[in-house]
Design a protein around this ligand. Structure first.
Ligand SMILES: NC(=O)c1ccc[n+]([C@@H]2O[C@H](COP(=O)([O-])OP(=O)(O)OC[C@H]3O[C@@H](n4cnc5c(N)ncnc54)[C@H](O)[C@@H]3O)[C@@H](O)[C@H]2O)c1
Length: 276
């Protein structure tokens, strides 16, 4: 465990820390990279999509941040080995891995193809498992970074409760929730200095959020986007959707030494959606 908190500003700072973010070409992943670098971290941006990843790298560099991009398929173990090495070679170590890459095809049960179900588990669950495995091996004592660290897995409120047409995604995000606790327990009991927590965003203004509502319309569950949006917001006590920055702020906390005693926990950021 990192040393006790004696100065809160230092505890919340990420100065000198290094983070790797998967799915970082997406809406939340990109904002997470902006957030992490804004409080001092260097960041390795990874995604299967190259052009948006490189554009983000250039944007961050233009703001004076240390950023690199690595083309990375999270289901490929050799890609993970190369990504870990690149983070350490580029920035001198690794302190945080954010597993944000995911896919969310929506299908009613009668139309659900088992091959598509397996693909979702492969990217969302096996991809996150490989991230946890290689992050812990890299950050534990004797690893190529070896100074402990924090793994943060993007689950969802859809990993805590179910929803129409989301059997594959619900299953995958529920698995990420418990995978996180398993990794947390093992890393703590083996004294690796590695923590692992999950974040559970609710409805966030993002491409994925819009796609989710649009698929409800396309599947005929609701007549139009306005009805879909109103239906979901009716379930949010705070009455509005979240912003990508709300998720990045939670990631900064879990990456920082301020959360040094937190592992295996679930950080729900959803305007009260799951509370009701
Ligand atoms: N946006 C939301 O409202 C919301 C809500 C709850 C949870 N989440 C979770 O937050 C995370 C980020 O969501 P987002 O809104 O940024 O999604 P997004 O679709 O914008 O981004 C996901 C990224 O993952 C990448 N990706 C897909 N398959 C990959 C693979 N095999 N290897 C590497 N990268 C791959 C995509 O290229 C994309 O850039 C996801 O895990 C998602 O499930 C999002």
């Amino acid at each position: 465990m990192t040393s006790e908190i004696t100065n809160y500003r230092d505890a919340f700072s990420l100065d000198g820390k290094v983070a790797l973010v998967t799915g970082a070409a997406g809406t939340l992943g990109a904002e997470i990279c902006r957030g992490l670098t804004s409080v001092g971290a260097s960041v390795l941006i990874t995604d299967i999509v190259e052009d948006r990843g490189i554009a983000l790298r250039d944007e961050l560099r233009n703001r004076g941040a240390n950023a690199e991009f690595f083309k990375h398929n999270v289901t490929d173990e050799s890609d993970w080995e190369a990504a870990m090495k690149m983070a350490v070679d580029s920035f001198g170590g690794l302190d945080t891995v954010v597993n944000a890459a995911a896919i969310v095809p929506m299908r009613l049960l009668a139309d659900l193809d088992v091959e598509e179900f397996k693909k979702v588990q492969d990217v969302n669950v096996a991809g996150t498992l490989l991230g946890c495995k290689h992050a812990s091996m890299t950050m534990r004592p004797g690893g190529i970074s070896g100074r402990g660290g924090s793994i943060i897995n993007l689950s969802s409120v859809m990993g805590l409760s179910g929803s129409i047409a989301l059997a594959s995604y619900n299953s995958s995000k529920g698995a990420v929730r418990l995978l996180t606790k398993s990794v947390a327990a093992e890393c703590a009991m083996l004294n690796t200095g590695v923590r692992c927590n999950s974040i559970h965003p609710g409805i966030i203004d993002s491409d994925m959020g819009t796609l989710f509502l649009k698929q409800l319309v396309d599947l005929g569950v609701v007549p139009d986007m306005e009805t879909a949006e109103a239906g979901f917001l009716a379930g949010v006590p705070m009455g509005e959707s979240g912003k990508p920055q709300d998720i990045a702020a939670g990631i900064i906390y879990l990456a920082s030494d301020a959360s040094r005693y937190m592992t295996g926990a679930e950080l729900v950021i959803d305007g009260g959606f799951y509370a009701t």
